[in-house]
Design a protein around this ligand. Structure first.
Ligand SMILES: [Fe+2]
Ligand SMILES: [Fe+2]
Length: 179
């Protein structure tokens, strides 16, 4: 490991210059506009997931519906939390979170699939989670060490999406509905 060296005087001057940028330093390594765009796509993805899980929560019926509905509701709440975290980060990066409902579905990576029966809903949710997992992992790799905070945010959300996917897979196995 190489030596950690920093010029304290330089560090202090740098911090004092451009204070209007708040948390953003001059050498912010990522393309800020592009990061904001990508985060807005992730925000749209989360919002579509909230709506889909809500629909599934209210529409879940049948013999096994109670435990599944409870899980749908919990996921809806967690996706809303992700949306909030992403929106807050966009503002920290001095961008604007896009909540426009008119273009939400178009901008989202995952789709809004209403689902017909319980199994169908669970399958669609699993697919949507797998899309989120793939795209968030890609975002995290793309950010690398250029914007560590955004990368860590996406990594922490990614971990929850993996849990969500696993929850859905567990239901499909439980109901013997994998194929
Ligand atoms: Fe999420
Ligand atoms: Fe999820």
């Amino acid at each position: 490991m190489s030596e950690f060296v920093t010029d304290i005087q330089k560090l202090r001057e740098k911090a004092r210059a451009n204070i209007e940028k708040g948390p953003l330093m001059d050498d912010y390594g990522a393309d800020r506009q592009r990061v904001i765009e990508v985060l807005n796509e992730a925000l749209a993805t989360e919002l579509v997931c909230v709506l889909r899980y809500k629909r599934h929560y209210f529409m879940a019926e049948g013999i096994n519906s109670a435990s599944v509905a409870a899980e749908f509701l919990q996921h809806a709440t967690e996706e809303q939390g992700h949306a909030d975290q992403i929106a807050a980060r966009i503002v920290q990066l001095q961008g604007e979170p896009d909540f426009n409902p008119g273009t939400l579905q178009m901008r989202s990576h995952a789709e809004y699939k209403p689902g017909t029966d319980l199994i169908d809903m669970i399958k669609e949710d699993l697919v949507a989670e797998r899309i989120a997992i793939e795209s968030y992992a890609e975002i995290a790799r793309w950010l690398g060490d250029k914007d560590i905070t955004t990368r860590r945010l996406m990594e922490s959300i990614l971990a929850v999406e993996e849990e969500h996917a696993d929850d859905m897979l567990t239901f499909l196995k439980q109901f013997d509905a994998l194929h």
